[in-house]
Ligand binder design. Structure first.
Ligand SMILES: [Zn+2]
Length: 208
């Protein structure tokens, strides 16, 4: 498996390129910005982009998705509970002080239990509302790998004071959907350093 995570945009959203050597196919998770760099990395690995998965409808995660789709033809998957956030893109951009990126509804609804991925690397979509109504995590069970979006961070959890946020719901999502995963599960959050489920279960102050 080819796995590269790098921060993009002013909020330094973790964008991930995940590729399968056997098929030469790749998926990109959360292309918030820096689309030309993402395209460079795909080319460097000689990978063909098959899928764009967005963990939620915040500008720093979805801002580059349509440009990446236009450059590669890959479909965009996002949970449709965040469609209203796409409509609020001008407001999201104004809050950040950046130009409003063009966005479009996803090609497919990344609903609970949907299977996403490339080649032999397949993940299940976990619908984990709270940070936003349509927040999802991606769980690659055999790889013991979780992409947590802005639901769970190393030592913290996602903010719930933005439109669609719900403090009770994010805790329920984390306790019911993420904490049952094996301790050794590697967690790549939407921002900041990676962690593990075991580490967060033991020491995350928001989960005690
Ligand atoms: Zn967010």
């Amino acid at each position: 498996m080819i796995l590269e995570t790098f921060p993009v945009g002013v909020l330094q959203c973790n964008c991930t390129l995940l590729g399968d050597e056997a098929t030469g196919e790749a998926m990109v998770i959360d292309p918030g910005d820096n689309v030309s760099y993402i395209l460079e990395r795909l080319a460097a690995h000689k990978l063909k982009l098959k899928q764009i998965v967005v963990t939620h409808g915040h500008i720093d995660h979805v801002g580059g998705a349509l440009r990446l789709k236009r450059a590669t033809g890959a479909p965009i998957l996002m949970n449709e509970n965040d469609l209203s956030l796409l409509k609020m893109m001008p407001m999201q951009a104004a809050r950040l002080g950046v130009a409003t990126p063009e966005v479009a509804p996803p090609d497919e609804n990344a609903r609970e239990n949907l299977v996403v991925g490339v080649g032999s690397h397949m993940a299940k979509v976990l619908h984990t509302p709270g940070h936003t109504q349509g927040s999802i995590c991606l769980h690659f069970a055999p790889e013991k790998l979780l992409f947590a979006g802005d639901t769970l961070f190393a030592g913290s959890i996602g903010r719930t004071d933005l439109p669609g946020g719900n403090g009770k719901l994010i805790l329920r999502s984390i306790h019911e959907r993420l904490m049952p995963l094996p301790d050794e599960t590697r967690v790549i959050p939407g921002h900041g350093e990676e962690t593990t489920i075991g580490e967060e279960r033991e020491s995350n102050p928001f989960l005690i």
